[in-house]
Design a protein around this ligand. Structure first.
Ligand SMILES: *Cc1c(COP(=O)(O)O)cnc(C)c1O
Length: 416
């Protein structure tokens, strides 16, 4: 049976060049960066070299890169770290006078906590669950969370965002490119508005990092999240870019690694792999994006020939490797299972929500009805996708859609 992988947005295989670069750091060069002896020095040296390579991809300074274990961790650090370090923004008087003193009664303390109002955090409705859930948790701690709206392409309106910013707004977090529908946000404009208003701006760039150019200075980005295993590096390495001077608290406390912002012995093999992956992407990004856009557009053109099929996300402003469709009267999950029988791996959207069988909240935010959101299919391409593979998918998909429609319960209801 053929094996065709169209789920590069969920995770990517490790490039053999990356694997080769990592190997010496498992058993020969295994030192701890905190040790003073030569084993430690060697590890420290390669850590700083890797930091330079990762920083270079987004035109940051090396000291502005903090290595973490995953993008989920980076996003948690960004939101919680910024929120807590700046929680009193716009509420200084309230806190000065309302803080419970040492001899306060339990009732007084309770009253204080009820009155506690921390600043505001603004997010988009099409964030990855690790941003949405972190924001929900912050809300429980007293922060005010505002969710923006998006248009039918999943696009945030920068002017609508500007209207939501208040004097107690701490942070705006908007995903650079959607992991589900591929839409690329007007990050530069959003960043400019935040900069002018004196609000920190974070972007989850996991899907765009290494695939399209990013310049943290030109795009007015204060914090940025990237993950190694989405760009041909190993799992277990990620980073958070933090602009110099940004006020942030750690969420992990301990030995003080990574400028005190991420205590833990650093994962040198994974970080070396992450850096190698960045180096390769920097070199090959331009050509690879063109190649993928050609394949993606061929796929989109042909799939849209199927009756009752639609493209989700923006027709032009989308990731080179993302195509997301929906089909009338059928569920994405049933298409996935049929394609899997033919050795083709695709997805409905984010790998995290697909097991729960709930309609994607990203698609609902673009205005689709739950039944429409259920009919969606994400096809994400990557470094080893060939035209032959695209042709194979184009050949088998119409038949599968037809078969599934014949047995679709939705269609019966609809026509009855
Ligand atoms: C995959 C993904 C994440 C989570 O990344 P991990 O490194 O697996 O924690 C976060 N945001 C986006 C946009 C993603 O695609």
């Amino acid at each position: 049976m053929k094996h065709v992988y169209f789920d590069y947005a969920a995770t990517t295989p490790v490039d053999s060049r990356v694997k080769k670069a990592m190997l010496p750091y498992f058993s020969e060069k295994f030192g701890n960066t905190m040790s003073l002896h030569s084993f430690g020095q060697e590890a420290k040296l390669v850590l700083e070299k890797s930091r330079e390579t990762v920083a270079d991809l987004i035109r940051a300074k090396p000291e502005e890169i903090i290595f973490t274990g995953s993008a989920t961790e980076s996003n948690n650090l960004a939101l919680k770290g910024i929120a807590f370090a700046n929680q009193n923004k716009g509420h200084t008087r309230l806190h000065r006078y309302a803080s419970p003193h040492r001899y306060a009664s339990p009732q007084q303390i309770q009253r204080f906590w009820r009155a506690k109002r921390c600043g505001q955090v603004i997010i988009s409705p099409i964030e990855h669950p690790c941003i949405i859930e972190t924001a929900k948790w912050l809300q429980k701690q007293g922060f005010q969370i505002t969710k923006l709206k998006v248009d039918k392409y999943g696009m945030v309106n920068p002017l609508a965002l500007e209207k939501e910013i208040r004097k107690d707004t701490i942070l705006v977090s908007v995903i650079h490119a959607s992991n589900e529908i591929g839409t690329i946000q007007p990050i530069e404009k959003i960043g400019k508005i935040c900069r002018n208003k004196g609000v920190y701006f974070h972007t989850d760039a996991v899907q765009s990092f290494g695939k399209i150019p990013i310049d943290v200075n030109k795009m007015n980005i204060d914090l940025l999240t990237a993950s190694s295993h989405k760009m041909y590096g190993p799992k277990g390495a990620a980073c958070l870019y933090i602009r110099e001077g940004v006020r942030i608290e750690p969420i992990l406390h301990g030995g003080g690694q990574e400028r005190g912002l991420r205590s833990s012995t650093v994962n040198i093999p994974a970080i070396v792999g992450f850096a190698k992956a960045c180096e390769i992407c920097k070199k090959e990004m331009g050509k690879e994006a063109q190649r993928l856009i050609k394949l993606r557009d061929k796929l989109i053109r042909n799939v849209l020939k199927i009756k009752g099929s639609y493209l989700n996300g923006h027709p032009q402003k989308r990731l080179p490797n993302n195509a997301n469709f929906r089909f009338d009267f059928i569920e994405g999950e049933s298409i996935i299972l049929r394609l899997d029988l033919l050795g083709i791996a695709v997805s409905t959207g984010s790998a995290c929500s697909s097991i729960k069988l709930e309609p994607s909240s990203v698609l609902l935010a673009t205005g689709l009805k739950p039944a429409e959101a259920h009919g969606s299919l994400r096809i994400s391409l990557g470094r080893w996708t060939t035209e032959k593979e695209i042709d194979y998918l184009i050949k088998v998909l119409p038949g599968i859609i037809n078969q599934l429609r014949k047995i679709s319960p939705f269609k019966v209801i609809k026509s009855a």
